[in-house]
Design a protein around this ligand. Structure first.
Ligand SMILES: *Cc1c(COP(=O)(O)O)cnc(C)c1O
Length: 425
């Protein structure tokens, strides 16, 4: 199918041709571990990457391929690799780019991502340099060393809505031949497409707003196709590989070396493969991505405005509110809205904050975001508990921070629910 259609057509149709699947209108779930190889010659061509063909579902599967084709079309990528979770997407992308060197990472990120900075990468041979303010270009420049291979940021940070100046960070990274990896989970490609601002790799937790139904865990890695992996900082792409017929990934897959390597080294050997059933569920979610995220953004803004005038609220982190320090960046990068996730500061003790959360009836207390149901959480104690007190304060994450993820319920009912919970205190 042509990728020249608009976003809302691609989100329903890209990556799939019913004629290749017994005319099934829905993407079939290929619930199989392996595929018949048919002849020894064909098997040889497939394992040598001389012919495209399915072999084993840890490496590739037609349901998963449809998801990869669809997200690639939505993002304007040369391709995608689906994995079993957002964490697998972040860590495989970081390791694939950073192997044997250093990666500069933002502090304002999902708690699991931050935890892996300390607990995993240095022990696996990737040194981590943390930048506290993602938009402090001088601080990033000062951290670039001769073996720095990549920078990892979130476009809109979880949970405090810091909006990254992707264009400026990409320009700086490229001055040094460093690759920029952007976690675009909160924005989704409906609100923001980081490749348009110079990102080289985009990752997603597909668990969140991409799916929107909270029924599956999944992740995605995408490549722009524009970054030069042969320029010197990423020797892993130029090494000859026996299984590629003594070619390098750059020689064997010149159009998408990053993805080819992520799939054949990381997904194939570390093994966090997505299940075909979850790929199907994520595809179902993507069909309504624009409609959901548009409504969630609108409701989130209304709720943020309500909260910002409430006497029990100390601050609201919604980045498109007047006076927010990220407002100019939100206007530039997120003109359609900032999505459904933002936080506010409860004016009171932690104990009162907890009582407020428990008094909510419509908002579910859950460590998830992007769902059709509205969700609430105390991130300092749950999703971001991996940061110690000093690290939390460095990114303005306080104990009384309440994170909301606005769902698809009627916005008046959501505001009434917040009101009654405030009143109960
Ligand atoms: C949830 C989340 C992740 C991790 O994704 P999982 O699917 O839960 O593994 C990574 N990045 C961001 C921004 C997230 O919100």
């Amino acid at each position: 199918m042509s990728n020249n259609y608009h976003f809302d057509t691609l989100k329903i149709r890209a990556g799939y041709d019913s004629k290749e699947h017994n005319n099934s209108t829905q993407v079939p779930i290929y619930q199989t571990a392996a595929f018949d190889l048919l002849s020894t010659d064909r098997a040889q061509r497939i394992v040598n990457s001389e012919e495209q063909g399915y072999l084993y579902s840890r490496v590739q599967n037609p349901t998963i391929a449809a998801l990869e084709g669809r997200i690639a079309a939505l993002e304007g990528a040369v391709g995608a690799v689906a994995v079993a979770s957002g964490m697998a997407a972040v860590s495989y992308a970081l390791l694939n780019a950073g192997e044997g060197g250093r990666v500069i990472v933002a502090a304002q990120v999902y708690g699991g991502t931050y935890d892996a900075y300390k607990k995993i990468y240095p022990k696996l041979g990737v040194q981590i340099d943390i930048v506290e303010n993602v938009n402090n270009l001088d601080a990033i420049r000062a951290l670039i060393k001769k073996d720095t291979r990549a920078i990892l940021i979130e476009s809109v940070s979880n949970p405090l809505n810091a909006v990254a100046d992707i264009e400026a960070i990409a320009r700086l990274a490229h001055e040094y031949g460093v690759a920029l990896i952007v976690d675009n989970t909160i924005a989704t490609p409906y609100l923001l497409r980081p490749f348009e601002y110079g990102a080289d790799v985009v990752v997603y937790s597909a668990t969140k707003a991409l799916s929107g139904h909270g029924s599956a865990i999944g992740g995605l890695i995408l490549e722009s196709g524009k970054f030069d992996w042969s320029a010197g900082r990423h020797p892993q792409f130029s090494e000859k590989v026996y299984t590629l017929g003594d070619r390098s990934f750059l020689e064997a897959f010149p159009d998408f070396p990053f993805l080819a390597r992520a799939r054949t080294i990381y997904v194939r050997l570390l093994g966090a493969a997505l299940s075909p059933f979850n790929a199907y569920l994520i595809l179902q979610g993507i069909e309504t991505l624009s409609e959901r995220v548009k409504k969630q953004s609108e409701s989130a803004l209304k709720i943020a405005v309500f909260l910002s005038t409430h006497s029990k609220v100390a601050w609201v982190s919604h980045s498109s509110l007047e006076g927010n320090k990220y407002k100019a960046l939100a206007d530039k990068y997120l003109p359609k809205g900032i999505g459904g996730v933002f936080s506010f500061g409860f004016k009171g003790s932690e104990e009162e904050t907890n009582r407020f959360i428990e008094a909510l009836q419509l908002f579910s207390y859950q460590a998830n975001i992007g769902d059709a149901h509205s969700l609430v959480v105390n991130p300092a104690r749950t999703t971001h508990r991996e940061l110690n007190e000093r690290e939390q304060l460095a990114i303005d994450l306080k104990l009384e921070t309440v994170r909301l993820s606005i769902g698809l319920e009627d916005v008046e009912d959501l505001i009434d629910d917040l009101k009654q919970a405030f009143d109960k205190l």
